[in-house]
Design a protein around this ligand. Structure first.
Ligand SMILES: [Zn+2]
Length: 87
């Protein structure tokens, strides 16, 4: 059984990793941060899911011409909002 301490540590790591997710997927992080994030995303279901969603949205955006449609942008904004509220 997971201890409360372990759960709290995971939560703290989520908080730390969360703002790094997008730069991580954009390839903008330094090596140390990138390792931290990729390890956490593998281990943490919630952040793994968030990373997948970010990836999906980014792939969708990349497919569009230079002007992303409003709906896609709103979907992305909504997702980021919800994700930030959650932790
Ligand atoms: Zn996490």
């Amino acid at each position: 059984m997971r201890t409360l301490l372990a759960q709290m540590r995971d939560m703290l790591e989520c908080r730390r990793v969360k703002p790094l997710l997008q730069p991580f997927l954009d390839g903008e992080l330094g090596e140390d941060d990138a390792i931290l994030v990729s390890r956490h995303v593998d281990a943490c279901r919630r952040c793994g899911l968030a990373a997948d969603t970010f990836r999906g949205i980014k792939a969708g955006l990349a497919r569009l011409a230079d002007e992303p449609d409003r709906e896609t942008v709103q979907r992305l904004e909504r997702f980021v909002d919800e994700f930030e509220d959650e932790v």
